[in-house]
Design a protein. Structure first.
Length: 266
């Protein structure tokens, strides 16, 4: 299923989208499909599957450690795409990684691998729009959405450039800084969402960085977003239950259900 189709489906139901992130290969490549299954069983609408990189500049400590565990366990792009292909759920899959890995594999090859493994969206946090044209062309050729990040500090002219190229959804960063669960989310998100909607009311907006509780979900959706992105909260459960993946799966499923339920009570 395409990302835009999923957002339309949820909009018709009156629900926001719950986008769940985990790092592929954490704690081992063999565990990833089972962990993803627990997210899907818990109600996640879109899966964001991280391809780990040694220098993840947008990630906080929790996801940095997950990347380190994954790389030590042998994760690499070949294994990543094999695992992604084994996830056969109908929900859209999105790859989040860093540009060095895309560039080293080759832009065309990387996007073809995404397409062949059922990945319908790509997020590359360290690739600015000014340098994204070659990868954007490869994405369009193979029908993979390129998902841009914007922040409260993104200037109007740059925001317009991004909106002119964005597809799937727009990843709206809620705070200045890196990923990680927080007690609350920045109130700057309200004017940021309003500003984007004035320029482009069509593209779905999903808010990430710091979203970890049902009240966060409700607040973000009430502010005008169509979706929320939750990563560190799930990854932290994996970190604390590496020796008991069955327990990790149950806790992930429980949290996912709580968060998904909050998307139905806007």
């Amino acid at each position: 299923m395409k990302i835009e189709e999923k957002f339309r489906e949820l909009q018709e139901k009156g629900e926001g989208a719950l986008i769940g992130f985990v790092t592929a290969g954490d704690p081992t490549p063999q565990d990833t499909v089972d962990i993803v299954d627990s997210l899907i069983e818990g109600g996640v609408d879109i899966l964001e599957l991280g391809l780990p990189f040694s220098d993840p500049i947008a990630d906080g400590v929790v996801i940095q450690k997950a990347s380190e565990r994954s790389l030590k366990a042998g994760m690499n792009p070949d294994t990543y795409f094999r695992i992604a292909g084994e996830i056969t759920s109908e929900i859209p899959k999105v790859c989040l990684t860093y540009y060095n890995l895309v560039l080293q594999r080759g832009l065309e090859r990387f996007i073809v691998d995404c397409q062949n493994s059922g990945i319908s969206g790509l997020i590359v946090p360290d690739l600015p729009i000014e340098e994204a044209t070659p990868l954007l062309e490869a994405c369009r050729k193979h029908d993979v959405d390129f998902i841009f990040l914007v922040a409260p500090t993104t200037m109007e002219d740059r925001l317009q450039k991004i909106l002119g190229e964005a597809s799937g959804f727009l990843y709206v960063v809620s705070v200045l800084g890196v990923t990680g669960a927080r007690e609350g989310f920045s109130k700057a998100i309200n004017p940021t969402l309003r500003r984007i909607k004035k320029l482009s009311p069509e593209i779905p907006l999903a808010v990430g960085f710091g979203i970890s509780k049902p009240e966060h979900v409700k607040g973000v959706l009430k502010a005008g977003a169509q979706g929320v992105i939750v990563g560190s909260a799930f990854v932290k459960i994996i970190e604390g239950n590496r020796s008991d993946i069955r327990n990790a799966k149950e806790k992930i499923k429980e949290l996912c259900r709580e968060l998904k339920n909050a998307t139905r009570n806007k």
